[in-house]
Design a protein around this ligand. Structure first.
Ligand code: AAL
Length: 391
């Protein structure tokens, strides 16, 4: 084994982080065993790929997942003319599972329809409803939890895409809001409601708890979201998919940003995630100076794991179909590449997420498009992907 002086020291990451083998930067000499294990002959000519491989000496396939999806029974089964989508996380109280979701009725007409009460998107003119189940398969719809605001309120057009946090015996729903006329350029914000019981009643925040960055400039008066003088921050148009976690004694509000003048870049739509942090669940939420914290993704799917935060990244961008992990909840690194995951996952928070990197994905809820007018909630199951070697 030839190991030249020039190669004796380089930035190498030795696994000692989370249970799946997380790289931590340190200057070490690659061992002859590591070089042999990876079949790297010339230690003084390490490609970028070889450096990455040497950084993951203990990486197995603990983070590599595969999924299956099946129908639900009862009120959450597909229903003609009705959309139920974007399920929240599932929580369990006294043996009963609870889930919240976006519910709307009637066809999606699009922006160019002349109907005065048109739905421009499937999630337009919606409210947040909830359902319960004793087995996670057959669900009973209980009714609305949070409804659109009264005329003139910031959420008077639609409330949708919600997530739940239970903290200190209180329940917090975060959700997307649209107020006024739903045009292409309308800004989307985030609202919050809280209650003492999962059955409500819910008190809504009078003002949004999160808004898009205000530093983009539209070009012209036409309702064209791609025409901009200046794009502004990654979240200058919409803040979406809010998901609140209690982490390191604070409240981390993870969200998806959409940018004014969004482009198709390498890997699809220009979608990235951010986080805003508060000392109190009611806010104020301050956006992290490190935003954006992902290069890719769509709906937020985050969970606690081994002192850090894991994040499933799907749908858009060059890092789609990866699971990432950040030991500080902000600086995410790719842990695995997956074949593709169900969309809009609602994690099952009743599971012990710390048991293994993929324990959080054992089962939960997702949504599926029957068509552009009707979407419905389904169940997913996830497991570690094990590849068998043939001798
Ligand atoms: C969802 C979420 C957001 C989008 C739309 C409704 O899956 O990403 O909520 O706005 O699609």
């Amino acid at each position: 084994m030839r190991v030249y002086a020039s190669a004796l020291f380089f930035l190498l990451c030795i696994g000692c982080g989370p249970k799946g083998g997380h790289p931590v930067a340190t200057e070490v000499e690659p061992s002859p065993e590591a070089l042999d294990h990876l079949g790297i002959t010339n230690a003084d000519h390490l490609s970028a790929a070889s450096k990455r491989a040497l950084a993951w000496p203990e990486r197995g396939n603990e983070w590599f997942a595969e999924f299956s999806v099946s129908d639900l029974k009862g009120d959450l089964a597909y229903e003609e003319g009705v959309t139920r989508r974007d399920p929240s996380a599932i929580i369990q109280e006294e043996g009963l599972y609870y889930v919240w979701y976006t519910k709307g009725v009637g066809p999606t007409n699009g922006f160019d329809s002349d109907l005065p009460d048109k739905k421009v998107f499937p999630w337009d003119r919606c409210d947040i409803w909830y359902a319960t189940s004793s087995d996670g398969i057959t669900w009973d719809e209980q009714g609305p939890a949070v409804e659109r605001g009264t005329s003139g309120a910031y959420d008077d057009r639609s409330v949708f895409t919600t997530e739940i946090l239970v903290h200190d015996g209180k329940y917090y729903l975060t959700y997307q809001t649209v107020g006024g006329e739903y045009v292409r350029r309308v800004k989307n914000q985030v609202g919050l409601a809280w209650a003492d019981s999962p059955r409500g009643p819910w008190t809504k925040s009078q003002e949004p708890i999160l808004s898009p960055a205000d530093n983009g400039v539209w070009k012209g008066e036409e309702d064209d979201r791609f025409a901009v003088e200046k794009k502004g921050d990654f979240d200058s148009h919409k803040v979406h998919d809010p998901c609140l976690l209690h982490y390191q004694g604070k409240f981390y509000l993870y969200y998806k940003g959409e940018q004014m003048g969004e482009e198709v870049t390498f890997g699809g739509r220009q979608i990235r995630h951010g986080v805003a942090i508060a000392d109190n669940p009611l806010g104020p939420y301050v956006k992290s100076l490190y935003n954006p914290i992902s290069n890719s993704g769509h709906e937020i799917c985050v969970w606690h794991y081994d002192g850090g935060i894991a994040s499933l990244i799907t749908t858009d961008g060059p890092e789609k179909n990866t699971i990432q992990w950040a030991e500080d909840g902000i600086n995410f690194e790719i842990m695995s590449v997956i074949k593709g995951a169900p969309h809009a996952i609602g994690l099952n928070r009743a599971l012990d997420h710390e048991e293994s990197p993929l324990a959080a994905l054992e089962w939960g809820l997702t949504h599926q498009y029957m068509n552009w007018h009707e979407q419905y909630i389904r169940r997913f199951e996830g497991k570690r992907r094990v590849q068998k070697m043939v001798n």
